[in-house]
Ligand binder design. Structure first.
Ligand SMILES: *[C@@H]1O[C@H](CO)[C@@H](O)[C@H](O)[C@H]1NC(C)=O
Length: 225
């Protein structure tokens, strides 16, 4: 190619491409701004260890061969290798989880505010699904769900309500990946009915079109969490 043609090609490519600026993704629920520069501050995420003091163990977690404790009202348990367990994950944008669930166990509808989720089923049969948000294209609150078997992989887009139930007769095991060092977990149940302090009854009776007695009952079920 002639040099002039190459230059023109480069100029056209540069003209067609535009630069997009993005805010950094939050690495925790919030990072409240401090107007006073001399005040004690937290960084977005964790502060970094002096590289000279870093050891191999900063990049290792152990114990993931052991099933998580599933003795609770929902019948599931998880061991999470996130930044709190593996300091070396700081700023690397990844979390891995071992997930165990009893037959008939349920992970209630919940959200990971900071991560896409992807999991592979090793044992058991899972009914899993997620619900879309409210885009203007007519797919409002659309449920995507199905049964999944060992070897199947499922993806949950970030920030969407999703759930899992072990519909098989045996224990379930899955390994889960999140593209955040701190994905977060918001259960719809407890974040509505189990808040501290409680959300006012007037808000919940109107929102859910239920009477005060039912709201009081639900708050007693999920309160003190
Ligand atoms: C599992 O959790 C339950 C409820 O918190 C507890 O009573 C039980 O001792 C735990 N089991 C083991 C093996 O740690």
């Amino acid at each position: 190619m002639a040099p002039v043609f190459i230059l023109i090609t480069i100029a056209v490519i540069m003209a067609l491409s535009s630069t997009y600026a993005n805010d950094n993704n939050p690495l925790q629920d919030f990072c409240v701004a401090v107007p006073d520069a001399s005040a004690a501050v937290f960084v977005n995420g964790k502060i970094c260890k002096n590289p000279k003091l870093v050891t191999t163990d900063d990049f290792v977690a152990t114990g993931f061969e052991v099933p998580a404790n599933t003795t609770n009202r929902l019948g599931f348990g998880a061991a999470t290798a996130d930044v709190n367990k593996i300091p070396g994950l700081n700023t690397l944008g990844l979390t891995l989880m071992r997930f165990d669930i009893e037959s008939n166990g349920v992970v209630p509808p919940h959200i990971h505010p900071r991560a896409t989720e992807m999991f592979v089923i090793v044992e058991g049969t899972f009914y899993a699904g997620f619900v879309t948000s409210n885009p203007s294209d007519g797919t409002k609150n659309k449920l995507f769900a199905r049964d999944l078997n060992p070897g199947d992989v499922f993806v949950v887009p970030p920030g969407l309500v999703h759930f899992v139930r072990n519909v098989g007769n045996t224990k379930g095991l899955a390994y889960v990946a999140f593209n955040s060092q701190n994905p977060g977990f918001i259960a719809v149940t407890t974040s509505v009915f189990g808040t501290n302090p409680l959300i006012s009854t007037e808000v919940l009776t109107k929102s859910f079109q239920l009477d005060k007695k039912t709201i009081d009952y639900l708050q007693s079920k999920f309160g003190g969490y």
